[in-house]
Design a protein around this ligand. Structure first.
Ligand code: HEM
Length: 399
């Protein structure tokens, strides 16, 4: 049996035994693919904070792919253009410039009212049903609806862009097929056309939304960023929190539905989804399982010789179950103390949307549990075939 097999359906269904066996037998493991797979909490955390490990060469890799396929009459230029300023794929010093720009433009964190309205809007049509797919009706709609209203994207466009976003985010996966590249390029084109038009519109008539703030801030800073960069920033803001939030809401509804003791504990509490509870749910089964890094140089780490351009796969979800860091790591303890989980990453690329993810989870899950206190789910779930951000394809809920 292979110690590391992230593509196996059984491991996607339940990767935790694979992680545990790696952590105990080889916490820094050289896989047959040549990549280093890191599963222990202290190493994952240390590597995320160590700038000898870079955010990767995805941009170069895609650009090389674009040139290669051009010679075969296949055009993937749109992907390269769309991801050009994805803050997640950029290394310092340019990374800091884009990250600060986003933080400066997105200072307004008053989004509770907007999220509550969205949650009510989505729950209303399913309220009286006996059964529904929570992914299609609720969890995959909430994040796209929320970010659309924040950015100033017309609401009737949010489902189309959500679908395109679910394709394009695959650019961060370590393993991408040719078929996926074709779909990603189509999605990239849709996004570029859409945001070019929206930016033009918001430049002419600015409003009270994030795309208008982005345009205003760039004007104030003497247009330091090009139109292409602004488009790419907007695309990333739209998609960055989609798949992750979908995964967190769906997996949590599933885990609570399968654990009647937990459901009773949560229902009895006045503040069922306090920050502490959300943190424990993120630690126990958070969305981001794998992050990629690339070694910047040749160096030694933990007694291993790392070579320039070696690929390092960091297993966040494994670090969050490390018994050296957490007592009873495989149990959900909603009173867990000092829970320094890594679900939002660490260091340079620490999640920029953790606050909004927490708010959507708190408001969305509270409303879900209050509306459907007796819901049940089946544990026969089909998972999307991607361990990087692990998520159920469909989640049938019985009321
Ligand atoms: C439960 C939901 C979420 C989880 C678990 C999550 C997790 C993460 C993680 C692990 C990273 C670091 C990636 C790395 O180091 O390579 C990250 C980065 C990022 N996240 Fe989130 N995220 C969530 C929701 C969101 C939301 C709602 C947004 C809003 C737009 C967002 C925006 C970002 C951005 C912009 C970055 C890149 C930051 C940078 O590179 O400096 N995330 N997220």
């Amino acid at each position: 049996m292979k110690l590391w097999n992230p593509l196996s359906p059984d491991n996607i269904k339940d990767p935790y035994p694979m992680y545990e066996s790696l952590r105990t037998r080889a916490p820094i493991f050289r896989a047959h693919t040549g990549e280093w797979v890191v599963t222990g909490y202290s190493d994952v955390k240390a590597i995320l904070k160590d700038n000898r490990f870079k955010a990767g060469n995805k941009k170069d890799w895609i650009e090389r792919g674009v040139t290669y396929f051009k010679s075969k009459d296949q055009d993937f230029t749109a992907i390269a253009k769309a991801i050009n300023s994805f803050v997640l794929l950029i290394n310092p010093p340019e990374h800091g410039q884009i990250r600060r720009f986003i933080m400066e433009a997105w200072k307004d964190h008053e989004v509770e009212q907007l999220i509550s309205e969205n949650v009510q809007e989505l729950i209303l049509p399913i309220k009286s049903l006996d059964s529904f797919d929570a992914v299609e009706t609720f969890t995959s709609r909430l994040p796209a609806l929320t970010i659309s209203k924040i950015l100033g994207v017309p609401v009737d466009e949010y489902v189309r862009l959500r679908n395109a976003g679910r394709q394009l985010i695959k650019v961060i996966n370590p393993y991408i097929s040719y078929k996926e590249l074709v779909l990603m390029n189509k999605a990239a084109k849709e996004f570029i056309d859409f945001f070019r038009e929206l930016i033009t519109q918001k430049t002419k008539i600015p409003e009270d939304d994030l795309v208008s703030n982005i345009v205003r801030l760039n004007k104030k800073s003497n247009e330091t960023l090009s139109e292409n960069q602004l488009i790419s920033i907007c695309i990333f803001l739209f998609i960055a929190g989609e798949e992750t939030t979908i995964s967190f809401l769906s997996t949590t509804i599933l885990n609570i539905g399968l654990n009647s003791k937990l459901k009773t504990q949560l229902t009895k509490r006045l503040d069922s989804f306090s920050d502490k509870v959300i943190d424990e749910l993120l630690r126990y089964d958070g969305p981001v399982h794998l992050l990629g890094r690339i070694a910047h140089n040749d160096f030694e780490y933990g007694g291993y010789n790392i070579r320039k351009n070696d690929v390092i796969t960091l297993c966040l979800a494994s670090a969050n179950r490390d018994q050296k860091q957490f007592d009873r790591p495989n149990e959900i303890d909603i009173d867990r103390y000092a829970n320094k989980h890594l679900a939002f990453g660490q260091g340079t690329h620490f999640c920029l949307g953790d606050w909004i993810a927490r708010k959507q989870a708190k408001i969305g899950l509270t409303a879900f549990l209050n509306t459907f206190p007796n819901y049940s789910v089946s544990n026969r779930i089909e998972w999307n075939d991607n361990l990087s951000i692990r998520s159920p394809k469909e989640l049938r809920v019985q009321i």
